[in-house]
Design a protein around this ligand. Structure first.
Ligand code: ADP
Length: 720
């Protein structure tokens, strides 16, 4: 009986394509195959197989089955679920899932292992080397380091046949986690939370828990115990830990490596291709049992996923807004459900969505109310900039500068937090008043002094800072308005000329390693003042940091979108939470023009729950998430008239459904990006409505002409 294979391709196609299975191929669902498409051959994945019925027109045959690990069926289910939820084509998530499968295979690695033979002569160094080698194969360098012997000792043992060299495929080079090791002795509330998670792991199946604990309360320690329980409960179980920033992965990888004496698989965009393939294969074969990575790790082909941890679950970096649009925290819960896995969401400032689920009893709610040991939360004070005016061209107020001086004198560290990259967010011509913007985008050009360029942060466009105003031609008329991290650094240098000062922002650090080095320098006390954007304000432990100064606490509130208050609270609570770990008390100073704002009041009083309750009430009254659903549609095109005509027609074609309101079309706040005009719709629905299905139905009715693009964003986080 011949069969038909439906093959899903990592391309923008509406559905899987059918091919005939050659008689002898013996395909299975999930197999990676090569198939003809037009005049090309492309690689895809078998999504389904069914018997061929007579009378159909002949199909092209599958060209080959690839020598590659198949995609597990549940991974395929997840990809299709994600596409449906995001109202997008399955090719998008499939392409993400196959990113590692397409990288060239890593070369075999050379390892040394014990043969069982005894050497002729046993010195203490040789005994140490053999003892370590008997616990499993490892590279010669690792063996020498762990046994504290020289390379010569190892070579001697190899020559005598007590150790042997073997080449093994890269994806087999994942050490089995050592589950006999124990972690830190937990305090009472940590032990209670860990106990509940361990019970959850023992029970198995899909469950979600919120691990809600202030910064420094030991959430990582607790979820390490959950991972231990998951790995111990089933020899094939795999654990995935998601983090919002690449810069955070190293610290967590280090803690897993220490806890289980085995390095986890690392997954993010900066992993070299060969390494990527190694992790992909290791995850697909089940040899790699722990993965620590950024949001795209969620699409890896896990064979037996038992636990997903989403650390800093509130972080908006989990929302991917280019290409395939998704919210990784939400998809993690969906994947947990499909896999029958447990999900742990960890945060000191959980999202309203997650808190609502915990309150309603859909998630277990585990709280760690205090910092571990003697560490206390910092004292937070507000500087009212309406009363304590800043001097022109200065951004640090006298009370903050005074606190910095005290901190510096005490040999302790300061973090100045400003979520703004570059030197100045705006360059203005004082002759004609022109604000410099990118040529094809309606957004201000940000001045960067390190590079001497003006940069559009939306599109990446950049140009050297001009000598004359491009508008009126005046010379020496361009002035920099407002501060970015580089400008605050400049001010700090003038104030503290002898201090060691560094900037941490995505422009000043080229890659993850450089970021890691800066964080290490900070941890080791080699920096006195760190000026940082949010990249450094999350998750790190800086034992000697006792002062956090928030340069512009109101920054995040200005946009005024749905989550402005929530996000500002989360960000500032995280940033101020960096101060005063271990046994040194810390303090935080927030500079604000709106000290009476509920966000500032809640931060000062350290009363998260009152703030959350007030926010929830407002959201409920407005029927906004988590009480209702939102979707956005961004329609863009090069020609304003054609765009206008199309969005009008689109509005008329919106399905009429009770419980769904369509607002728009309206001009997007950023009306022009890369030469394309932009219009927006906002759609609100009740919670009971399947908004993805509604959007899919709407999309099916429209036929955008070639130049017009329609992007659907379910549960939008950006409103520009
Ligand atoms: P969180 O993830 O909640 O910010 P961490 O797990 O990173 O907290 O813990 C903060 C610091 O306290 C870390 O340096 C950690 O090693 C330490 N710590 C937490 N719990 C314990 C414990 N039970 N014993 C020893 N050290 C602990």
């Amino acid at each position: 009986m011949s069969r038909i294979a439906s093959v899903l391709l990592p391309l923008p196609l509406p559905e899987a394509f059918d091919y005939a299975e050659p008689e002898e191929m013996g395909l299975c669902v999930g197999d990676q195959v090569a198939v003809p498409l037009g005049s090309r051959e492309v690689h895809g994945v078998v999504a389904a197989l069914r018997p061929a019925e007579g009378g159909n027109r002949p199909l092209k045959p599958v060209a080959a089955r690839l020598e590659a690990e198949p995609l597990p069926e549940r991974t395929l289910d997840f990809i299709q679920w994600a596409a449906r939820y995001s109202v997008d084509l399955p090719g998008g998530p499939l392409a993400i899932a196959l990113r590692g499968a397409r990288a060239p295979k890593a070369r075999p690695e050379r390892v040394i292992e014990a043969t069982g033979a005894e050497p002729g002569r046993l010195t203490p160094a040789r005994a140490r080397a053999l003892a370590v080698a008997r616990t499993g194969p490892r590279s010669g360098t690792d063996l020498a380091r762990q046994a504290e012997v020289s390379a010569g000792v190892i070579k001697g043992l190899v020559d005598e046949g007590a150790l042997a060299v073997r080449w093994i495929p890269a994806d087999e080079r994942f050490d089995a986690p050592d589950l006999t090791r124990t972690g830190q002795a937990l305090n009472a509330s940590q032990a209670a939370a860990a106990g509940l998670l361990q019970a959850m792991m023992a029970e198995g199946g899909f469950q979600v828990a919120l691990l809600d604990g202030v910064t420094g309360s030991g959430k990582t320690e607790v979820y390490l115990e959950a991972a231990q329980a998951a790995l111990a409960a089933d020899p094939e179980a795999q654990v995935l830990v998601l983090l919002p920033e690449i810069a955070l992965t190293q610290a967590v990888i280090g803690r897993f490596a220490e806890r289980f004496a085995a390095a986890p698989g690392e997954w993010h965009s900066e992993i070299p291709a060969a390494q990527r393939r190694k992790v992909w294969d290791g995850v697909a074969t089940g040899r790699c049992r722990i993965v620590v990575g950024a949001r795209s790790a969620l699409f890896l082909p896990f064979r037996h996923l038992a636990l997903i941890v989403v650390d800093e679950e509130h972080d908006t970096s989990y929302k991917q807004e280019d290409g395939f649009i998704y919210q990784a925290r939400d998809l993690a819960v969906a994947r947990g459900k499909i896999e029958g896995a447990s999900v742990v969401l960890a945060s000191a400032t959980p999202s309203l969505e997650t808190l609502r689920n915990a309150e309603a009893g859909r998630y277990r709610w585990l709280r760690l109310a205090t910092r571990h040991g003697t560490a206390r939360l910092p004292d937070i004070s507000l500087v009212d900039l309406r009363e304590t005016a800043l001097e022109t061209g200065r951004w640090l107020s006298p009370p903050l500068v005074e606190a910095m001086a005290e901190t510096y004198a005490a040999g302790e560290q300061t973090l100045l937090f400003l979520n703004r990259r570059g030197y100045a967010p705006l360059v203005l011509c004082k002759a004609c008043g022109e604000k410099l913007t990118a040529p094809d985008t309606e957004s201000w050009l940000v001045e960067h002094r390190y590079t001497g360029r003006l940069v559009c942060h939306l599109t990446g466009f950049s140009m050297p800072k001009p000598e004359r105003c491009p508008h009126c031609g005046a010379t020496e008329s361009l002035v920099s308005i407002g501060p970015g991290v580089e400008r605050v650094e400049e001010e700090a240098r003038t104030l503290f000329p002898d201090a060691r000062i560094a900037v941490f922002s995505s422009d000043t650090l080229w890659d993850a390693r450089e970021a890691r080095n800066l964080i290490l320098a900070m941890e080791e006390g080699q920096i006195d003042i760190l000026v940082a954007t949010q990249a450094a304000a999350k998750g790190h432990n800086f034992p000697n940091l006792t002062l956090v100064g928030v340069v512009d606490a109101d920054l995040g509130l200005r946009g005024g979108d749905l989550r402005a208050g929530e996000r500002t609270f989360q960000l500032l609570a995280q940033a101020t939470g960096r101060a005063g770990r271990r046994d040194r008390p810390g303090r935080a100073i927030l500079q604000t023009y709106a000290p009476e704002h509920p966000v500032m009041q809640a931060l000062q009083a350290q009363d998260r729950d009152a703030f959350i309750q007030a926010e929830l009430v407002e959201r409920e009254l407005a029927g906004l998430p988590p009480f209702g659903r939102l979707a956005a549609v961004i329609v863009s095109g090069p020609d304003p008239q054609a765009l206008e005509a199309f969005v009008r027609q689109m509005a008329e074609l919106a399905p009429n459904t009770e419980g769904v309101q369509v607002y728009g079309p309206a001009d997007a706040p950023l009306g022009l990006i890369r030469g394309r005009r932009r219009k927006r719709f906002l759609i609100r629905s009740d919670r009971t409505i399947d908004l993805s299905a509604y959007m899919a139905a709407w999309r099916a009715r429209i036929r955008p002409p070639g130049a017009i693009r329609v992007a659907i964003d379910i549960d939008p986080y950006s409103f520009f």
